[in-house]
Design a protein around this ligand. Structure first.
Ligand code: AMP
Ligand code: TRP
Length: 331
């Protein structure tokens, strides 16, 4: 049985990128006889300027959307990171394993720190240590597989390095995990800026499809997607990123191969119409189910409470072992 863990930050509304890159893979794991845990990583949403009421609202909304997307709490464990103390308990020990330099090299840190500085905001220390907390999220559960989008590969690599280093120094304690990314749409790009990731924390929403967007809004965003002025439709990620992104999204929604799909089109008009329809139909059931589940927030809270209890029971002995191995007296 493979142990699977992944997480999502409640730092904005969930996007098509989250869905195709991560959440859909999570739902697919339920067909396997494995043990999977999925986590709304609320502590990670505090690493940049945040509004407390919004984080609270988005945390419940993310959990509701994950259930709406098809996560079944009878099959997997769904919970909120801050409900399980083991994450921060382990993070400290891993801070004593990680080096300052390797954290400063993280691409996401460099990008976000530069952005915060440009906006005149301070850089929170937690933004630097964020990947250590993420490593703790993963290692606390003896995780083997981490289904994520391409942008998280570097963080999972760091997690592996920390696990190996800790095991070498203090004796075998942690399972060394690996990242898994989907074959297509592992990095969905912004429809207006196809060289940047479609990110939920971005301020401008016109290039971002949100899971709860109305069908007409989705269609408008896709029809206005930036492409290029070259003739025909070909799949070239470097030279024609806008078209490649549309083909990736189409392939992810309809199950084809993006390069092969390109051959069926002579212009962008028809491609965009097909992409819009495919995205609308992919997200329609999620939106409908979300409306039903959102009507009963107490039921979602109950799922999260039960999930936290199950998660705690798995993480506690792993973190205790790490405490003992590194030289702490376990009471
Ligand atoms: P985040 O929104 O950063 O909490 O990401 C949650 C999950 O969604 C992670 O596994 C990310 O790798 C994935 N993800 C986020 N944005 C995208 C994107 N544009 N394309 C593919 N995967 C994404
Ligand atoms: N850092 C991830 C992101 O920004 C979210 C995350 C936190 C995560 N902890 C995790 C993902 C553990 C996988 C496993 O997307």
């Amino acid at each position: 049985m493979t142990r699977i863990f992944s997480g999502i930050k409640p730092s904005g509304h969930l996007t098509l990128g989250n869905y195709l890159g991560a959440v859909r893979q999570w739902v697919a794991t339920e067909q396997r006889p494995d043990e999977a845990l999925f986590c709304v990583v609320d502590l990670h949403a505090l690493t940049v300027e945040h509004d407390p009421a919004r984080v609270r609202r988005l945390s419940r909304q993310a959990a509701t959307l994950l259930l709406a997307a098809g996560l079944d709490p009878r099959v997997c464990t769904l919970f909120v990171q801050s409900h399980v103390d083991e994450h921060t308990r382990l993070a400290y020990v891993l801070e004593c394993t990680a080096a300052d330099g390797e954290l400063r090299r993280m691409i996401q840190y460099k990008e976000k720190a530069a952005k915060a500085q440009a906006a005149g905001e301070g850089v929170r220390l937690s933004l630097l240590t964020y990947p250590v907390l993420m490593a703790a999220d993963i290692l606390a559960y003896g995780t083997e597989e981490v289904p994520v989008g391409e942008d998280q590969r570097q963080h999972v690599e760091l997690t592996r390095d920390l696990a190996v280093r800790f095991n070498q120094r203090y004796g075998y304690t942690f399972t060394v995990p690996r990242a898994t990314t989907p074959a297509v749409a592992a990095r969905v790009m912004d429809l207006q800026q196809p060289t940047s990731k479609m990110g939920k924390s971005e301020a401008v929403g016109s290039g971002i499809v949100y899971l709860l967007d109305e069908p007409e809004v989705i269609t408008k965003k896709v029809m206005r997607a930036v492409t290029d002025n070259e003739g025909g439709v070909v799949y070239e990620r470097e030279d024609r990123p806008g078209a490649a992104n549309l083909l990736d999204i189409l392939a992810a929604c309809t199950g084809g191969d993006p390069a092969v799909l390109a051959g069926g089109y002579s212009g962008y008009g028809q491609l965009k119409r097909d992409v819009a329809e495919a995205v609308v139909e992919t997200l329609r059931p999620v939106r409908q189910r979300h409306a039903e589940l959102a009507a009963d927030p107490a039921a979602v809270d109950a799922v999260l409470r039960a999930g936290a209890e199950r998660a705690r029971a798995i993480a506690r002995p792993v973190v205790d072992r790490a405490y003992e191995a590194i030289g702490l007296l376990v009471p």
